[in-house]
Each structure stands twice: as structure tokens, then as C-alpha cells.
Design a protein around this ligand. Structure first.
Ligand code: SAH
Length: 213
């Protein structure tokens, strides 16, 4: 678990790259400068950690591109202490960014292998989400609803209704929607029944998979 000044230098550069691509939220840029992304990749792949690219993390999944993590996090518009649900724990990098921003994080992963690996890594590295859940994020996590924000880090063929219903009023769901590629979509709950929908360009994620009933 080594983090050196060289790594820190590379992170500063990465934050500059992400800022140059349009991220203006200083708290998010600070999180990119702080969270040691190289520790979230398998050892041996460190050199890839500070490029603004997605990277394989096993089980056919990828750690999201830093720009995408920064963009989705900015869209959440979170405040310290907010209760956030993340769908798709994967490597845990996005989770760690949310934790750095002092969110209370609940995170769900459906791949057992990744779930166990990231759970072990978090306990070694001292990252403390409120709860890591092994299961199907399509259903959200009603036990802890409502949430200030829900962030989906896999491409959803359509917006799961359960996730909308688990938002607080003024809460936001940030979700890439689409099959081949995805449109970044933000739903803001305006009232019990009303949602405002905004879209923010195209991305490409691994698919959000629904467990067969
Ligand atoms: N936030 C992660 C992204 C990993 S890729 C990171 O930065 O590393 C998306 C993850 O979503 C994968 O780990 C995949 O297994 C998971 N996933 C896909 N469908 C899911 C579902 N229905 N519920 C929970 N996790 C899901």
C-alpha cells in the first residue's frame, strides 16, 4: 500500500487533465488529487492508474475513467454528510471518491469475486462505507432509503423505477442510460410525484445486469 510523491505528482497531473476537460468542482478535483487510484488496480498495472482511461479490474469489469468518475460525482452535487447509494462497487474507486467528500456511502455489487476483493481491500486500506451490499442494484436498497443521491456506475438499458422511488425530495439519481452507449442522465426529485430529467452527453459503460428472477 505504497503512496509516494511520484504518485502524488501523477495525481496532480490527472486532476489538471480532468479540469481541462471541463470539471470545475474544486472538491471533486481535490478528491482526484487525494485518492490513490493506483491502489485500486491489481499490482503490476500501476503505470496505467494515472492515465485518464478506464482499465480492466477482472470479472469482465472496468474501473471507470477518472473523468467519468469526476463528472458523475459533480452531477450528484453532494454535501458532506449526504447519504449516497452507489450501484456497481467494482474496484471501489468511485466509492473512495464519495467517502473523501464525506458522504455516507451504501454500495452494491453483484459480482461475488469483485465484492469480496474490494471488501478486503477497503478493510486493509481503511475505507469505511456505511455498508457494502452483495446483491442486485436494480432494486436499490429500500432498507436505507430515502437517499440524497444515487449514482449508477454501469450502463442501464432503462431507468429502474425502484431507484427513483428511493430518492429524497431534491435528491438526484445520476445514471447512464442506454444499451450500446449511454446518455448520462440526471433525475432530480422535485416532489413526491415529480421528477426533472436532464441529459449530459454520451458515455460507454459495462452493462448494468439484472438478476434473473
Ligand atoms: N464504480 C466502479 C465501476 C465498476 S464497473 C469503479 O470505478 O471501479 C460497474 C460495476 O457494476 C461492475 O463491477 C459490475 O459488476 C457492477 N454491476 C453491474 N450490474 C449490477 C447490478 N445490477 N447491481 C450491482 N452491481 C452491478
Amino acid at each position: 500500500m505504497r503512496d509516494t510523491t511520484k504518485h502524488k505528482g501523477m495525481r496532480n497531473k490527472l486532476a489538471e487533465t480532468v479540469a481541462a476537460k471541463g470539471i470545475t468542482d474544486n472538491n471533486v478535483l481535490e478528491a482526484i488529487r487525494t485518492v490513490p487510484r493506483h491502489l485500486f488496480l491489481d499490482s503490476g498495472f500501476e503505470e496505467h492508474a494515472y492515465q485518464d482511461k478506464p482499465f480492466p479490474i477482472g470479472a469482465g469489469q472496468t474501473i471507470s475513467q477518472p473523468y467519468t468518475v469526476a463528472f458523475q460525482t459533480s452531477l450528484l452535487g453532494l454535501h458532506a454528510g449526504d447519504k449516497i447509494l452507489e450501484i456497481g462497487t467494482g474496484s471501489g474507486y468511485q466509492t473512495a471518491i464519495l467517502l473523501h467528500l464525506q458522504a455516507k456511502v451504501f454500495t452494491i455489487e453483484r459480482q461475488k469475486e469483485l465484492f469480496k476483493k474490494t471488501q478486503l481491500f477497503f478493510s486493509k486500506a481503511g475505507y469505511r462505507p456505511k455498508k457494502m451490499i452483495f446483491g442486485d442494484g436494480y432494486k436499490g436498497f429500500p432498507q436505507e432509503a430515502p437517499f440524497d443521491g444515487i449514482i449508477v456506475t454501469a450502463g442501464a438499458p432503462e431507468t429502474p423505477k425502484a431507484l427513483l422511488s428511493q430518492l429524497k425530495v431534491n435528491g438526484k439519481l445520476v445514471i447512464p442510460v442506454g444499451v450500446e452507449d449511454q446518455v448520462m442522465t440526471v433525475y432530480t426529485r422535485k416532489s413526491e410525484k415529480e421528477f426533472e430529467k436532464k441529459t449530459f452527453g454520451n458515455f460507454r459503460f459495462v452493462p448494468l445486469l439484472q438478476n434473473k428472477k
